[in-house]
Design a protein around this ligand. Structure first.
Ligand SMILES: Cc1cc2nc3c(=O)[nH]c(=O)nc-3n(C[C@H](O)[C@H](O)[C@H](O)COP(=O)(O)OP(=O)(O)OC[C@H]3O[C@@H](n4cnc5c(N)ncnc54)[C@H](O)[C@@H]3O)c2cc1C
Length: 392
């Protein structure tokens, strides 16, 4: 892969909306991605391996629990800093951002919000430092968009719970030490359980042959009569709203992350269009190529504004789930379209690993599907504005 020459576009001077702390956090993440992720990520994507050597660095830039209080090892930052970190990481690779999102929003968040003090003390500092990696088990082979239909279940055996079932498409599963697993109790109510690697009957086979998020490890979680200690149940929230609360936080981070992938594709295509000569001119001088680039920067700018405003609402605890759905859907769609157009600007070179665009493009096929598909988020907006439920 070529040297990383990334320069972030800021067409509407949005930096003026950021505090000094936001800019410090973002610039540290940006520099780290240039130094530690860009030089190796193409090789790891080609090998279909997660680069475990970057785990300590992710922890150091605050990517594990950016908004978790410092007393639990988190970075104690606000929601805009959290978003900016996700943007910068996904500028490098959506798979690396997925690992950070899962760790922060889907593992640390539920332990912090729904766990008791002992659970917070036991797990959060180790997850914040990257000593432990976590995963989040909601999706099942027969229940993806409709997780309420899940069949994974646990029974109260007196001194422990007995967990049975299977989860599929779980990011970080193959190497995670800890899994936050959503399962139904004997009354059919959904609860979160913390399952640890090494518990008898718990296995995590890896999912192979992915053409997308190749630098992120994905796997199954299989529970065959797993004895889970009673103290591993998250006591403070149950029902589908519990996992959906985690997804709100992760989807918000994805809305920012997608901007990072789009910025990288745009920046690469813009630079290429000024250097690549055809018919005696740089291809950026042709109107058709300018149309593509002008539309890209317009869409990126709109997404930046949407997401910044959402961050302000999140900081004030005012953002609704439907507002988050709109931003996730809009920004990932924006990024995938930009990746496709940017790839065309690079002609044949666009399909090679010399440039990041094809990798972003393939990664975004997962990002548009996970954490609620493109269509599901549209239906959430539809339900919000009409009051009429298309899911029933
Ligand atoms: C790489 C990757 C990593 C993932 N990581 C995790 C993870 O860490 N943890 C986790 O729990 N899950 C994870 N997922 C799972 C992901 O969230 C699901 O794939 C997603 O929710 C969609 O579920 P599904 O694949 O079963 O598709 P389905 O639900 O079967 O959907 C198939 C199609 O039908 C459409 N559809 C479904 N219902 C409706 C409806 N009511 N109206 C209209 N259209 C509908 C969908 O929009 C979609 O286009 C991951 C997925 C991938 C690909």
């Amino acid at each position: 892969m070529r040297p990383d020459l990334f320069e972030a576009p800021d067409y509407y001077n949005l930096d003026e909306l950021l505090t000094d702390e936001h800019k410090l956090v973002r610039d540290a993440a940006r520099e780290w991605v240039k130094r530690e992720v860009s030089p190796i990520i193409e090789d790891y994507a080609q090998k279909a391996e997660f680069p475990t050597q970057i785990i300590n660095g992710l922890a150091e830039i605050g990517a594990f629990g950016p908004y978790i209080p410092m007393e639990y090892g988190g970075a104690g930052l606000d929601q805009i800093s959290y978003g900016l970190i996700m943007q910068e990481i996904e500028r490098g690779d959506s798979g690396v951002r997925s690992t950070a999102s899962v760790q922060s929003s889907l593992v640390m968040y539920p332990i912090w919000k729904y766990g008791n003090e002992e659970q917070r003390q036991k797990y959060l500092p180790k997850l914040a430092s990257g000593e432990w990696i976590g995963c989040f088990g909601l999706t099942e082979p027969d229940h993806g968009s409709n997780p309420s239909g899940m069949v994974t279940n646990y029974k109260d055996m007196g001194d422990h719970y007995l967990l049975n079932g299977a989860k599929m498409w779980i990011s970080n599963a193959p190497f995670a030490q800890v899994a936050v697993v959503w399962a139904k109790n004997e009354e059919g109510r959904i609860h979160g359980l913390i399952v640890e690697r090494g518990m008898e009957g718990f296995t995590t086979p890896e999912t192979h042959n992915k053409w997308s998020l190749r630098a992120s490890a994905t796997g199954e979680l299989i529970f065959d009569n797993v004895k889970v200690p009673k103290e591993n149940l998250l006591p403070n929230k149950s029902g589908l709203g519990a996992p959906l609360g985690c997804l709100d936080s992760a989807r918000y981070g994805i809305a920012w992350g997608a901007i990072g992938a789009a910025m990288d594709c745009y920046d690469t295509a813009l630079r290429y269009s000024k250097e690549r000569m055809q018919f005696g001119k740089p291809i950026g001088q042709f109107q058709l190529q300018q149309k593509k680039l002008a539309e890209m920067i317009t869409e990126i700018t709109k997404a930046q504004l949407l997401t910044w405003r959402l961050g302000v609402l999140r900081n004030d605890n005012k953002a609704t789930s439907a507002q988050i759905s709109m931003a996730k859907r809009n920004n990932v769609d924006m990024a995938i379209n930009i990746a496709r157009e940017a790839r065309q600007i690079l002609g044949g070179m666009g399909i090679t690993g010399e440039y990041s665009i094809m990798r972003h493009s393939m990664n975004l096929e997962s990002v548009i599907t996970y954490e609620g598909t493109h269509d599901i988020h549209l239906l959430i907006t539809g339900l919000d504005i009409t009051g009429l439920n298309a899911f029933k």
